[in-house]
Design a protein. Structure first.
Lengths: 176, 575
C-alpha cells in the first residue's frame, strides 16, 4: 500500500508517539553553525540534520580538508538544500520539515535511523549505513524518505557553480 | 552574472524577445501578485493555463475577434531571464520546482509552470499523434472524428506556425549513441522533428531557450494573442468554476504572493461566455474537482497517464558532453511496433540532455558511487524508454486527488504489466549502449552497478527487483484525467473538448487524451486544440475561425483594447 510522507509520520514506527513528541526536543547537538538569515526554510535543528547527512550523500564530491568536508563546502551544501527545498509547494515543504524533525527527535531518531549518538558524534560510515538502510528498506515509505533527501541534497549541491569544476562541466555557453 | 551574456552583438543575432519589443508596452499583462485589492475581469473566453493547449487556443480565439483572458499560475519569464542555469529554471519554470512526484514518491514528474507552460521548457520534440493511437481512440472511445486525414490539416497548420521540421543538423553524440548502437542491432531509428527557428544547438531547451529559437507558446501564440487584445494574467491560481444553471458563471482565482507559491489575500474573478481549462493533466482535473463539476460516472482525474520512463546510463570511452547540442534529435519506435498496441506494453526510445542537477538527482546511489558517476560527467550518455501506458486493462494509469489545501496529487501505482515493459526496456537500452561501444552501462536502479559487458548486464538486469523507489522512474508527459469520449459515461468532455456536464466549459489540453500517445505530446495538443478552439471560436462568433499563418504578425499589430480590467473590489455574487 502506497504511503505518503504524511502517512509516514502518522503511521510510522512509533505511531502516535511521533506526533506526540515531534518537535518537543532536539537531539542532534549539532556543531553546524551558519547565519540563520541565509536560510529561507530550515531552522537551526534542521540545518544540523542536513549538515550531518550531506557529507554522506556527497562523499567524494565535497572538497575536504583532513578527511572532512571543508566548512565552506558544508555550508554551501546545506544552503543548497535549503534553496532546493524552498521552491517546493508549501504542503511538501511542511512534510519534509516533519521528516527532518523526526530525524532530530531524541525519541524517534534512534528507532528510525539506528543511530543512538547525536548527529555530530555519528561517524560518516554510520550515517552512510543508515541512509543505505532506508535506501534498500523493504518499507516503501523509508525508501521514499531517502529518495527525497537524496534529490534535495544532490540538486542543492550540483546547482552551484562551485560543484562544476570537479565534474568537468564548464557551465552554460556564452552567446557571443 | 549570466545575464550579461546576451548583451552586445549577441543580442542582435538571436531572435528578438517579443516582450521587449516596443509594441509590447501596449499589451495587457498583469502580474497578479502585485494586486492590491480584489478585481474582476470580463471577457468572452477565459483560458486557464498558457501551455500548448492554452497558448494555441488564445491565438485562434483572439484572432477570431474574441476578447480573451489568459490565466497562468506561474510567472512571466522571458529570454531576458533565461540564463541556462538549472538552479534558476527549476523553481521559476517548473511545477513544484521540478520535484513534483506521484503520491508514493515513486515517479518524478517534469511539468512546466510559467507563461508558455511546458512548451517553455520542453526538449522540442514534435510528433503527430500516431495513427495506431487514433485508431484505438476511435474503437474504444468512439472518437470518430480523430482520423489521421481529419487531423492532418490542423497538424500542418501548427507545424507551419511553429516552424516544426525534421532537425537538419547532425545529432549530438548523446543522440548519436542511440542511432549507432541501434543500427548495429538492426533497430531502426529516425530523426526527430523540432519546433525551432534559427536554433543555436546549445542544448538548454529544458531551462528556457535563451535565443527564442524554440517556437514555444511563450514566443509565438501568446504574443500574437496579446497583439490582438488578449490579456495575460500571471501568478494567479484558478481555484474553482462557479456554476449556475448547468453552466459556468465565473471563475474564481487567487492572486499568488510575490514568491508565487501561496495564495495571497486577493481574489480575481473572471466572467466570460466560455471557459477553457488548459492547465495540463493533473492541474485541469484538479480544477474540475475543486469546482465540483458534475461527474456522475466518476471520470474526472482517473486514467491519468505518464509515459512512465526508465533510464539507462552509459560511460562511453569518448567524450559525449550530453549537456550540449539539441537535446533530442534521434528516436526509435521499434519497440512500439513489435507487438500489438494492446499487447505487452511497448516503449519509445529517446535520449535526455544531461545537466548537473538533473543528472545528479536522477542518478542512483550516494557517496563515492554517485560522485564517481558525476566525475564521468562528460563521458556520460543516457537513453530513456517511455512506456506507452493506457492501452491495456492492466495499464489504467493514475488518479488525481487533492491535498487538504486543494493542490493536486497524482496516485500512480505501477502495475506488474508496466514493470515488465520497464525491465525489457532496461535490457534493450543496455544492449544498444554496448553495441555503440559503451565501456559500462548502468540501469538507473538502486541495486544496479555499472556493468562491463552486455552479457553481464543481461543477467543482472533480469534479476533486478522491479519495484517502486528501487527503479528510477520519471515522466515528462502527463496526459488524461479529463478524457474525451463520445459516450458521456466514458469521459469528461466530448470530441470538441466540451464538457459533458457544463455547457460553456471546455478542456483544451493534454488531459483530454483518453490514453497516452506513444509520442511526446506537444504537437498532438496543438493539433487537437487548433481544431477544437476553432470550433469554439466559430460557435461564439458565428463566423469561421481565423487560420494561423506561418509567422505571427504581432510586430505589426496595434492593440485594440477589447478586454477590460475592472480593478475594483466586488462582492462575490453569481451572475
Amino acid at each position: 500500500m502506497p504511503l505518503t510522507r504524511g502517512r509516514l509520520l502518522k503511521t510510522g514506527f512509533a505511531g502516535g508517539l511521533v506526533l506526540a513528541l515531534a518537535g518537543c526536543a532536539h537531539s542532534n547537538g549539532s556543531t553546524f553553525h551558519d547565519d540563520a538569515a541565509a536560510y529561507k526554510v530550515l531552522d537551526a535543528g534542521e540545518r544540523g540534520t542536513v549538515a550531518a547527512l550531506a557529507p554522506a550523500f556527497l562523499a567524494g564530491a565535497l572538497p575536504t580538508a583532513n578527511g572532512a568536508p571543508t566548512h565552506d563546502a558544508l555550508v554551501a551544501a546545506v544552503r543548497g538544500f535549503d534553496t532546493a527545498l524552498s521552491g517546493l509547494p508549501p504542503v511538501d515543504v511542511a512534510q519534509i520539515q516533519k521528516l527532518l524533525g523526526m530525524l532530530d527527535n531524541p525519541f524517534i531518531k534512534p528507532l528510525a535511523t539506528g543511530i543512538w549518538s547525536s548527529w555530530s558524534d555519528a561517524s560518516p560510515a554510520t550515517v552512510t549505513a543508515f541512509l543505505n538502510r532506508w535506501r534498500f528498506s523493504p518499507i516503501e515509505l523509508l525508501r521514499g524518505g531517502y529518495d527525497v533527501l537524496h534529490q534535495l541534497t544532490m540538486a542543492g549541491w550540483y546547482g552551484q557553480d562551485r560543484a562544476w569544476q570537479a565534474i568537468g562541466y564548464p557551465g552554460p555557453p556564452r552567446l557571443s | 552574472m549570466a545575464g550579461d551574456r546576451l548583451s552586445g552583438t549577441a543580442e542582435a543575432l538571436v531572435n528578438p524577445n517579443p516582450y521587449a519589443a516596443p509594441q509590447a508596452r501596449h499589451w495587457k499583462m498583469l502580474d497578479a501578485s502585485t494586486l492590491q485589492r480584489d478585481a474582476t475581469i470580463e471577457c468572452d473566453v477565459a483560458i486557464v493555463g498558457t501551455g500548448a493547449g492554452g497558448g494555441t487556443a488564445a491565438e485562434i480565439l483572439a484572432r477570431s475577434g474574441l476578447r480573451v483572458v489568459m490565466l497562468e499560475e506561474g510567472p512571466l519569464k522571458t529570454s531576458s531571464d533565461f540564463h541556462m542555469l538549472e538552479r534558476e529554471a527549476y523553481p521559476n519554470l517548473y511545477q513544484e520546482s521540478a520535484g513534483r512526484r506521484t503520491k508514493d514518491e515513486g515517479i518524478i514528474i517534469l511539468q512546466g509552470r510559467s507563461v508558455g507552460g511546458s512548451t517553455t521548457v520542453n526538449w522540442t520534440s514534435s510528433f503527430r499523434t500516431p495513427p495506431a493511437t487514433l485508431a484505438y481512440w476511435r474503437e474504444r472511445f468512439g472518437l470518430d472524428t480523430f482520423t489521421p486525414a481529419a487531423l492532418a490539416p490542423w497538424f500542418a497548420m501548427m507545424e507551419r506556425r511553429l516552424g516544426i521540421h525534421r532537425w537538419e543538423r547532425e545529432p549530438n553524440d548523446n543522440n548519436d549513441v542511440l542511432r549507432r548502437g541501434a543500427a548495429r542491432l538492426g533497430i531502426p531509428t529516425a530523426v526527430i522533428p523540432r519546433n525551432v527557428r534559427g536554433c543555436y544547438n546549445l542544448g538548454y531547451c529544458g531551462v528556457g531557450c535563451p535565443t527564442n529559437a524554440k517556437q514555444s507558446m511563450l514566443v509565438t501564440t501568446i504574443p500574437a494573442a496579446l497583439a490582438h487584445g488578449a490579456q495575460l494574467v500571471s501568478r494567479v491560481r484558478a481555484e474553482r468554476f462557479v456554476q449556475k444553471s448547468g453552466a459556468v458563471a465565473e471563475l474564481e482565482c487567487s492572486a499568488l504572493d510575490s514568491a508565487g507559491l501561496r495564495p495571497g489575500p486577493y481574489t480575481l474573478r473572471v466572467r466570460a461566455r466560455a471557459f477553457v481549462a488548459a492547465g495540463g493533466a493533473i492541474n485541469t482535473p484538479a480544477l474540475l474537482m475543486r469546482s465540483s463539476v458534475p461527474d456522475p460516472h466518476r471520470r474526472i482525474g482517473v486514467r491519468t497517464f505518464l509515459h512512465p520512463t526508465v533510464i539507462s546510463a552509459a560511460t562511453m570511452p569518448e567524450e559525449v558532453v550530453a549537456s550540449s547540442g539539441a537535446p533530442q534529435s534521434i528516436y526509435s519506435d521499434h519497440f512500439l511496433k513489435t507487438q500489438a498496441i494492446d499487447g505487452p506494453i511497448g516503449y519509445k526510445l529517446e535520449v535526455p540532455p544531461l545537466h548537473p542537477v538533473l543528472t545528479s538527482s536522477t542518478f542512483t546511489g550516494l557517496g563515492e558511487f554517485a560522485a564517481s558517476q558525476m566525475r564521468n560527467f562528460n563521458h556520460l550518455q543516457a537513453i530513456i524508454a517511455l512506456m506507452r501506458d493506457g492501452f491495456n486493462e492492466e495499464s489504467v494509469g493514475g488518479t488525481v486527488g487533492l491535498h487538504g489545501d486543494g493542490t493536486p496529487i497524482l496516485d500512480y501505482p505501477i502495475s506488474s504489466f508496466v514493470w515488465d515493459g520497464m525491465r525489457r526496456a532496461l535490457l534493450t537500452m543496455a544492449e544498444i549502449q554496448f553495441a555503440a561501444g559503451a565501456r559500462t552501462a548502468l540501469p538507473l536502479h538502486e541495486s544496479a552497478v555499472p556493468y562491463h559487458s552486455w552479457a553481464e548486464a543481461r543477467v543482472a538486469i533480469a534479476a533486478l527487483p522491479m519495484e517502486v523507489l528501487r527503479t528510477r522512474v520519471a515522466s515528462a508527459h502527463v496526459m488524461g484525467g479529463s478524457a474525451m469520449s463520445k459516450d458521456e459515461r466514458d469521459g469528461v468532455v466530448d470530441q470538441h473538448g466540451r464538457s459533458h456536464a457544463l455547457e460553456n466549459l471546455y478542456v483544451f489540453d493534454g488531459s483530454a487524451f483518453p490514453t497516452s500517445l506513444g509520442v511526446n505530446p506537444q504537437l498532438s495538443i496543438y493539433g487537437m486544440v487548433a481544431r477544437n478552439a476553432s470550433g469554439l471560436a466559430a460557435s461564439l462568433t458565428g463566423r469561421p475561425a481565423a487560420r494561423l499563418a506561418e509567422r505571427d504578425d504581432a510586430g505589426s499589430e496595434m492593440p485594440n483594447g477589447r478586454s477590460a480590467l475592472i480593478a475594483e473590489s466586488v462582492t462575490p455574487t453569481v451572475l
